[in-house]
Design a protein around this ligand. Structure first.
Ligand SMILES: Nc1ncnc2c1ncn2[C@@H]1O[C@H](COP(=O)(O)OP(=O)(O)OP(=O)(O)O)[C@@H](O)[C@H]1O
Ligand SMILES: [Mg+2]
Length: 616
């Protein structure tokens, strides 16, 4: 029988190291977090061979008193927690008192420090856990940490390390995560003697651009959403219509700590739902600030996870904030540049900056328009406000609703230049191109609109408003429409009667494989009823249970909207095209179609002049 004995400290540290120091990047993370906790304003990092050979960090933070240096390498020794209560309100990145002890047990480790209040510095060395004596050291105020030959004492473990390039990339990722969260801190990074970054203290956007490239200074929304004094979400979200597969910045922080969390990821996904192309992933740099008592960060030794006390509330706060932000209306400031030259990027940046200010008002203002009928001033010249108020939801009917059509026609036939302030953001239609696009002249150039995509979005948003207010208005068909369907579709129909009636359908089963459609949503009166009903039933078959139907509500509405939106080669008159443009201007999310593609783009006079080399 084996007797029980206590493990010695070095062995315990190595066991801990297994979790805390998975690879050079995790050691680097621990050390950088210590520098941030020590209020450093400049952190210099040097790596050799992907950090496997050497990680050296010098900071100008508060430093460690010489008599505390050996303690810093002891397990369960920290300056960051005093009482148990502190554990439930952590404001620092470190708190477990094991980071350095773990790293020191598996490397040739040097810790040197000089607090500003000490006349001299001191250093301590640990050779794979074997602590050497304290010595004087000469260094500036701050702390130096050197980690050499990680895992050289445990060859079995060292074998798990990947190639130098892979390990280096992990290290670079860690530096970037921390550099983004602390843009006010200067960072330099050298790898094998080559300077990779030299980042001066800067603001967040400049930091993101320095790390990820100029394109990250374009097409973004800035977010600042608060819920009470202790909860906020801020940062940048990239315009869904301008994402591509190379863009891959997904950074989420909770109280300055980078985390990956399922609740958060799901909330972000929901926040982007309906505006993101299925091949793209959302891009964002977001900071959640929350009362530390409302989270538990002591979930895993790597401290990459948090638990929220009220994860439902956090989920809805994040998804609501994003939905509100992404629902921005089109305004005069909108610029969607295409092949914009570099100096254009600043105008773009500013326009999106401005946009974010009013993006928060957009949802409210659009509701006003829909509910109270108060159209923006420039649209009153085209819409008759009263008619607009009475039946704003009937998309097919708005085409016939333009009472002062003549007035808008006159705007086009006149040779007088139109006063700039009366030109709405999306301008006035000039022509329909190839039966697909609307060409419109704007204040400063022209835009091209994908009419089907734009119309689809308008209908979808209207359906959503109707469903949100009560149920979708329906209309009885003069003659019920008999349709032949499958047994599965009948089953879906029986199962989802309530949902179908909320969506504006009234359908009965009249035979083994026969149904009779008696009423359909009022908005969707377009003669394609049979296909519409079949597609909706198919969606219901595919989505399954009623909860799933709720979750897929937007997809269902989107299917419905797609059936009604104007198709290619449907000839629109100028007033009809203008009516569509005006609807777009007051519709939330009108910048992207229901699948996340852009609905319009703009060429300014400046772009056109550039193409024709005018003024060169
Ligand atoms: N760069 C630094 N500047 C000043 N003090 C430091 C620095 N690095 C470490 N320390 C001191 O050493 C102590 C031990 O550091 P260590 O990383 O092991 O634990 P911790 O940061 O307290 O907790 P955790 O294990 O969660 O990181 C810290 O509490 C801090 O007082
Ligand atoms: Mg630490």
């Amino acid at each position: 029988m084996q007797r029980i004995h206590k493990l010695d400290d070095v062995l315990v540290n190595r066991i801990c190291a297994g979790e805390v120091v998975e690879r050079p990047a995790s050691a680097l993370k621990e050390i950088l977090e210590n520098s941030i906790d020590a209020a450093a304003t400049q952190i210099n990092i040097e790596l050799l061979n992907g950090g496997i050979k050497l990680i050296k960090i010098i900071d100008n933070g508060n430093g460690i008193l010489d008599e505390d240096l050996p303690l810093a390498l002891e397990r369960h020794a920290t300056s960051k927690l005093i009482t148990e209560d502190d554990l439930y309100a952590i404001r620092t990145l470190g708190f477990r008192g094991e980071g350095l002890a773990s790293i020191a047990s598996v490397s040739w480790f040097t810790l040197a420090s000089k607090p500003a209040e000490s006349a001299h510095g001191a250093q301590i060395v640990s050779v794979f856990g074997d602590l050497k004596e304290l010595r004087p050291a000469s260094l500036n105020n701050g702390t130096l940490v050197e980690v050499k030959d990680l895992y050289n004492n445990i060859p079995a473990r060292k074998k798990f390390l990947k190639s130098e390039t892979t390990e280096y990339n992990h290290c670079k990722n860690i530096v970037e995560r921390i550099a983004v969260a602390y843009p006010q801190v200067g960072f330099s990074l050298k790898h094998n003697g080559k300077e990779i970054y030299n980042l001066f203290p800067q603001d967040l956007l400049a930091r993101i651009v320095s790390l990820y490239g100029a394109e990250y200074g374009q097409h973004y929304f800035s977010l600042m959403e608060e819920a009470g004094a202790q909860l906020s979400l801020s940062g940048y979200v990239y315009h869904p219509a301008y994402l591509n597969s190379t863009k891959n910045v997904q950074m989420f922080y909770v109280n300055g700590r980078f985390i990956r969390d399922k609740v958060v990821q799901n909330a972000i996904k929901q926040g982007f739902s309906g505006v993101l192309h299925h091949e793209h992933t959302p891009n964002y740099v977001l900071f959640l600030t929350i009362d530390p008592a409302e989270i538990d960060v002591n979930v895993h030794p790597s401290k990459n996870e948090v638990r929220f006390k009220d994860s439902g509330m956090i989920h809805s706060f994040i998804s609501r904030s994003l939905r509100k932000l992404l629902a921005g209306n089109i305004t005069q400031q909108d610029t969607i540049p295409n092949n914009s030259s570099v100096d254009d990027s600043f105008t773009t940046m500013n326009s999106w900056e401005k946009r974010s200010e009013y993006a928060q008002l957009a949802e409210a203002s659009s509701k006003n328009v829909i509910q109270s009928g108060s159209a923006p001033s420039w649209s009153s010249s085209i819409h008759n406000d009263n008619n607009y108020k009475d039946s704003p939801l009937l998309i097919q009917k708005w085409l016939g609703e333009i009472n002062n059509e003549q007035e808008s026609q006159e705007l086009f036939t006149t040779n007088e230049p139109i006063a700039n302030e009366t030109i709405p953001p999306l301008g006035f239609a000039i022509a329909q191109l190839q039966g697909i696009y609307i060409l419109s002249q704007t204040k400063d150039g022209m835009i091209v609109v994908d009419m089907h995509a734009a119309h689809e979005r308008i209908i979808l948003e209207k359906l959503k408003v109707q469903l949100g207010m009560n149920s979708i208005a329906s209309q009885q068909l003069l003659m019920p429409l008999a349709i032949h369907v499958s047994a599965l579709q009948i089953e879906a129909l029986e199962k989802h009667r309530t949902e179908l009636s909320l969506l504006g359908f009234e359908i009965d089963v009249i035979g083994e494989n026969q149904i009779a459609v008696r009423a359909i949503p009022l908005l969707l009166d377009d003669g394609k009823t049979e296909q519409l009903v079949i597609d909706v039933l198919n969606d219901m078959v595919n989505f399954g249970g009623s909860n799933a139907i709720l979750a897929h509500q937007e997809e269902l509405l989107s299917t419905m909207a797609c059936h009604t939106a104007v198709r290619a080669n449907h000839q629109l008159s100028i007033p009809e095209m203008n009516a569509l443009l005006r609807e777009m201007e007051i519709t939330v999310r009108a910048n992207y179609c229901n699948h996340g593609r852009p609905t319009w783009f703009k060429l300014t006079m400046r772009d056109l002049d550039g193409m024709f080399m005018r003024g060169k």
